[in-house]
Design a protein around this ligand. Sequence first.
Ligand code: ADP
Ligand code: MG
Length: 391
Amino acid sequence: MARKTTIRSDDPEDDPDSERGSSGKDLPDFTSKRSGGNRTAGGASEPISAEQQRYDEELRPSRLEDVVGQREVVERLRILLEATKKRKEPLGHLLLSGPPGLGKTTLAHVVPRELGTEIQITAGPSLSAPKDLLPYLTNASYGSVLFIDEIHRMPPTVEEFIYPAMEDFRVDITLGDGLNARTINMQLQPFTLIGATTRSGMLTAPLRDRFVNREHLDFYSLSDLSSIISRNARKLRTEIAAEAAHEIALRSRGTPRKANNWLRWTRDYADARADGRITLEVAKAALRMKGVDDAGLEEQDRKYLDTIISVFSGGPAGVQAIAHTMNTPADTLEDEVEPFLLREGFVQRSPRGRMVTLKALNHLGRPSPFRDPPKGGNIQPGLFPDLSEPV
Ligand SMILES: Nc1ncnc2c1ncn2[C@@H]1O[C@H](COP(=O)(O)OP(=O)(O)O)[C@@H](O)[C@H]1O
Ligand SMILES: [Mg+2]
C-alpha cells in the first residue's frame, strides 16, 4: 500500500515532536525526494530555504483545532470535512490562495490528517510536462489528497492534462506520434486536488472553475498573531511576557511565518543577551537589531519605498522597473513586499503603476517628492493628489 511518493498522514515524520528536528536534514530531503523535485525550481520568486521549511514544519499546527484565526475559512472547512466523512466520498477539489506564510501549506496538510487519508506533495514548478504529473495521479488512492503548491506555475500542457483528471478522474495519454499516434484513456481513483497559490489572479479561469471549494487566506489580526506566538513559545519551551508577544505580533505584518521567525530570533537574543525570558525590552531590542521598525517594515520594504521615492519621484512606477532598480525579482515584490504595504496604505496601485502615499512619506520622514516632477519625464503634473498637505 505504501508507495514511494506517498506520505501517510499518520507518518511519524509529520509529528513536530518526533526526533527529526535534531538532524535538521530530513524535511528538505523528504520534500524533494517524495515530491519529485525542488518546489521552487523554475519559479522566479525567492525560494523558501530548507531552514525555513524546517522551521515551518516544526511549528505547523497539525489538526484543525490547532489552527488559530481564519475563523470563517476554518468553519467552512470543518463543515466540508464532516460532510465528506459522513458520505465517505472524496472531498471536492480545494484551492487555497493568499500571500506567503499565512497557512496554505498548513491547511493542505491538516485536511488529509483530519480525513485520515494519504497526501502526496508536489509543486507547479516541478511539473514541467504531463509525464511529471502522471505518477502522482496514478498513485492517488481513493479519497487521498494530491497537494500542488504554487499551482499557478504549472505549464499550460500540464494544466490541460489535469482537467480530465479533476473532472472525470481520467487521463488521456497519447502514445506515438504522427499517423501512428493514438490516445488511450486511463481511469484514476477519485482523489482530491488541493492547490495553493499566492496569485489566484494568475490562474486560468478553466483551472480555477474546476476547484469547487475555494478559500482565500487573509492577513491575521494582532490578537490571533499574539496567541500564535504565545502558543509557539510554549512549544519551544520559552517564557514570554504577554506584552512581548504583542510587540512581536505588531511587527509581524499579519503573517504567522513572520511571527514565528521573530519569535525564534527574540528567543535566541534572550538566551544570548538576557536570562532566556522574552520580556518586552528583550523583544524590542532584538527586533531593533533586525531592522524591523514599529510598523513592521523591514529593510526590503524601506528600500522598495525609497526606490519609488528617490528614483521614480514617488511614482507611478511599474513593478518591473522598480524590481530592476532594486535588483530583486518582480515576483518577490508582488508576493512578499507589496501585499502588506498595500494593505497598510503605504503604497497605492493604479493601472499606471505603484505610488507611495503620504503615510509612507510620513513614516520614513521624507519630504513629498511629488511637488516638482522631473521635466521631460513621463509623469504629468497635476496627476497626483496634493500629498504635501499636512494630515
Ligand atoms: N492559522 C495558523 N495558526 C498557527 N500557525 C500558523 C497558522 N498559519 C500558519 N502558521 C504558521 O506559519 C507557518 C507558515 O505557514 P504555511 O502554511 O507554510 O504558509 P503558506 O503555505 O501559506 O506560505 C507554519 O509553519 C505555521 O507554523
Ligand atoms: Mg506554503
